[in-house]
Ligand binder design. Structure first.
Ligand SMILES: Cc1cc2nc3c(=O)[nH]c(=O)nc-3n(C[C@H](O)[C@H](O)[C@H](O)COP(=O)(O)O)c2cc1C
Length: 190
């Protein structure tokens, strides 16, 4: 079965996106949609966007590993680590790129919509897609953390309370990797 048939249209999937060329790779988490057999990324100005503009391509990694998501956002992760842990990766060639203004809690910002065709699929391991609350909670905290520098004092204080609250659930329901991930997040905000 084609793994792309597993994807539902217009659902946002959290993935890691690798861009760059040669040995200079950049890995970051993004929300991705699958629409009309194409992948859609909505990107704020960031390194991933710059790289995609240069190469017109990117690779999407589907994986369910909270620590690798944490490393991708806060620290660093190698492509070989992704290869080991991902269920599947898909090489994509950009078909179109369109920029517009978006107003949200961060104020006004340029957002660029990238529509890309999957060109090569590599399936790796076939573990069960198990749902785990610790993973979900870490992903939720990472989404907030990626906006940390735009938060005012009140929002930061709410976020810190959320981290304390989520930590309890993560410790109760997660494994050692989840515990390491929440430790890394806490270290960044302390
Ligand atoms: C789960 C998750 C989903 C995210 N989705 C998006 C997204 O759809 N678009 C975006 O521009 N940033 C998104 N972000 C924030 C980027 O990952 C973050 O800004 C990152 O620092 C960009 O890295 P780069 O400069 O290496 O490209 C997301 C973060 C997380 C943790």
């Amino acid at each position: 079965m084609d793994v792309l048939d597993c994807l539902e249209e217009n659902v946002i999937y959290e993935v890691l996106v690798v861009t760059g060329s040669g040995n200079a790779h950049n890995v970051s988490p993004f929300g991705l949609r699958y629409v009309d057999k194409s992948f859609v990324l909505d990107l704020f100005p960031n390194k991933t966007l710059l790289n995609i503009k240069k190469t017109n391509s990117f690779r999407v990694y589907f994986l369910y590993d909270a620590l690798l998501f944490t490393r991708a956002l806060l620290d660093d992760v190698s492509v070989s680590q992704l290869e080991e842990s991902c269920h599947c990766s898909v090489l994509c060639d950009v078909g179109s790129m369109e920029s517009g203004m978006l107003s949200d809690t961060r104020g006004k910002n340029i957002i660029t919509r990238i529509i890309a065709k999957p060109t090569k699929i590599m399936t790796n391991n076939s573990t069960l897609p198990l749902i785990n609350r610790a993973t979900n909670h870490i992903i939720e905290l990472l989404v907030d953390f990626s906006r940390y520098e735009y938060m005012d004092a009140d929002v930061r204080s709410n976020f810190k309370e959320k981290v304390v609250m989520y930590e309890k659930i993560i410790i109760k329901t997660g494994n050692e990797k989840h515990k390491k991930a929440i430790k890394m997040i806490k270290e960044r905000i302390e």
